[in-house]
Structures are given as C-alpha cells and as structure tokens.
Design a protein around this ligand. Structure first.
Ligand code: PLP
Length: 361
C-alpha cells in the first residue's frame, strides 16, 4: 500500500489510524453480529456512538451548555438555506459578509429565502481580503443576523476578528472547523460540512444557541427545522450513521493528539512553512492574499506563468503530492492542509517548491 500526500480541499485526507480502525470494525461492530451501517439507529450500540460524537464535538469545541449540537445532512450547502429559513424572521433582514465564493453562495441562497443584503465585500480587485473589524461591515437596521465565512476555501483567506457585531452572528466554518478555537461569546450559530476537517462527507455539524430555536417557523417542513432536530437529539429521522461513526473516530484521534489547541498550533506551523517558501522565493511564488488574512488551512499561490503552474502540478503528481490544483475559478496552486495532513506531506511540498524554483526560477 502507498498513501499519497493528499492536499484535496474536500473531501480531505483522514488519519490513517482512523481508516484502519474503520476497516477492522467494518464487518461487525462489537459483538452485534452486524456492521454499524446495517443496524437500527435506535439500537443501544448505535446510540452510544451517536452520543459519543455529540459529546466529543461539545468538549473539543468547548461549546457552552446554551448551545445545541446538531448532526444534519445536506452538507454546509443546505445550511445556506436552513439558516435564513429558521432565523430570518418576517420583516427583518440578514447581512452577508462576502469575502469569497462560499460567502457569495450563502448570500445567493439566503436571498431566495428572504431579505438578505451584502454587508461587506472586498474593495476593488486587489488581493483577497476580509473585514478587519465589525466597524467595516455595513449592518443595516432590522438585521436578524450577520453571516460570515470564517475561512474562504477557494481564495485562501480567513477572518481574524469576530467581535463587536452587535447582532446575532452566524458563521460558516466548513474549512477551518476545529482547527482553531471558537470564541463562543461572539457567535449564535456556527456550522460546517464534515468533510474538510472532521471526517467523510455526509454531515453538517451545527451549533446553535438554544434561545434561537423558538424562532423556527411552524410552517417549515420538519427536516428544515432546527428546533425539531434539537428536540430529537438529531435522531428525528435516520441519521447518516457511517459518517457519524467515522467522524467520532476522527474526533477521538483529535483528542489524543491534543485537541483544538494542538490542531491550531499545527495549522499555524504547517501553513507557515509554505508561506515562508513563498515569501522567500524572490517573487517566483506569489500568494494573492492580504498577509494578515492568510488562511491557515488553504494556501494558494501562483507561479510566473500558467505553463510553469501546469509543469509544477505535473511534477507534484509524479511525487505523489496530489490535488494541488487551484479551484477552476481562480487557477494557480492550492494546498489544503487540514488537521489530518501529516507534516511530512507539507515538508515534501516545501522541498518540491525549493527544487522547482532552483530549476525554473
Ligand atoms: C466546502 C465548503 C462548503 C460546501 O460544503 P458542502 O458540505 O459540500 O455543502 C461551504 N462553505 C465552505 C466555506 C466550504 O469550504
């Protein structure tokens, strides 16, 4: 077996010990005579896994008791609709900070549900950027909530200050979920898909302040209502048991590795290694992001020409450094370095960057 270094932006590389455990337990869980994906989601064996995943999410993220933890389907994308469906009360508006492609998608879907407006976007065509402070965001009267994207996966930028919004704050944290601490006092709802830091695809993890649940309109179809999922402990209907089982193992691995503080330190070190290779390249590599908003999980860079970028990607592929191509909308190179990326993968990338520049620079 040969595991490549997988820099895929999502789904992402997972810890090898977790994959091995999944394999070992795949055919029969405990002594139940069946696999987890065949058993009732009302069985005590499954319920123990379900509760363990919820408890681990709560303890790893240090979420206070006044937050509910929901395990939902539809990925982060369904949350683009569910957030305004549940929180955008009639006669009110929702403000969206749009620092990149995902924020824009969230705004577009919210505008189909209710009165959503653009509260911030980057000035001009410069490097990718984010609001530095709430004061830069144009929050209008009658605003139910402001929505931010903590890390823009495609542009490679992240927000650093979530304080002072003065209205309920909702954050899409899909691409830096549990790779940095969540400062709960600033947030009322945070959500993200599972497949970038937490496990395989198939899940959205939503933390919502309990006091907001009263707002879910009774006219909403049942699956779309946060309050019903909260009441049923995310077992109102059949949950995606495989994804939850696998995520629970990733969360256990994160605990063993030192939790979110360790993940944050790693993300800082590993992204720092790539940014150093960029910044010390005499302009051969360029990162098109305002430095203080550089992402710690998605590092984008350009080479002097598209031909050189294609050549770099081919070389990387040859060395089993995979999925480094930037998103088709922006081009260039993107290294997605989530929690489970082994540091030797990052070292190999930095080594290749140095080599390639020596040959072509
Ligand atoms: C990947 C991503 C999404 C979409 O997630 P799905 O789970 O595929 O719906 C939304 N927001 C951000 C920031 C992302 O990185």
């Amino acid at each position: 077996m040969s595991r490549a270094h997988n820099f895929c932006p999502g789904p992402c590389t997972l810890p090898l010990p977790v994959l091995n455990e999944l394999q070992d337990e795949m055919v029969e869980l405990n002594d139940t005579g069946m696999s987890v994906i065949e058993m009732s989601h009302r069985s005590s064996d499954y319920e123990a896994i379900h509760q363990s995943a919820i408890d681990r999410l709560r303890s790893l993220s240090a979420a206070p008791d006044e937050f509910e933890v929901l395990l939902l389907q539809g990925g982060a994308t369904l949350q683009f609709a569910m957030v305004p469906q549940n929180l955008l009360t009639p006669g009110m508006r929702a403000g969206y900070v749009v620092g990149g492609a995902w924020g824009k998608k969230a705004l577009n879907d919210a505008a189909k549900v209710g009165d959503a407006y653009l509260a911030w976007s980057p000035p001009g065509d410069g490097p990718a950027t984010m609001p530095g402070a709430a004061a830069e965001v144009a929050i209008e009267a009658e605003t139910s909530f402001v929505h931010v994207t903590s890390n823009e996966t495609i542009e490679g930028s992240r927000m650093v200050d979530f304080s002072g919004y003065g209205v309920p704050l909702v954050a899409d944290m899909s691409s830096d979920y549990l790779s940095r601490p969540i400062d709960w006092e600033h947030f009322d709802l945070v959500y993200g898909g599972s497949q970038k830091n937490l496990g395989p695809a198939g899940l959205a993890i939503v933390f919502v302040r309990s006091s907001l649940l009263e707002q879910s309109p009774e006219t909403l179809p049942s699956y779309l209502r946060y309050d019903l999922h909260a009441k049923a402990n995310s077992l109102a209907n059949t949950p995606p048991v495989f994804s939850i089982w696998a995520m629970n193992k990733v969360l256990a691995w994160m605990e063993q590795e030192g939790g979110v503080a360790a993940m944050e330190a790693r993300a800082g070190e590993r992204s720092g290694m790539v940014y150093a290779a960029i910044d010390n390249s005499d302009g051969f590599y360029r990162n098109p992001v305002e430095p203080r908003f550089r992402s710690h999980t998605n590092i984008v860079f350009r080479l002097p020409s598209e031909d050189l970028e294609a050549e770099f990607l081919a070389r990387a592929d040859g060395e089993q450094l995979l999925n480094l191509k930037g998103h088709r909308s922006v081009g260039g190179i993107r290294a997605s370095i989530y929690n489970a990326m082994p540091t030797p993968g990052v070292e190999a990338l930095v080594e290749l960057m140095g080599q390639f520049r020596k040959e072509r620079g």
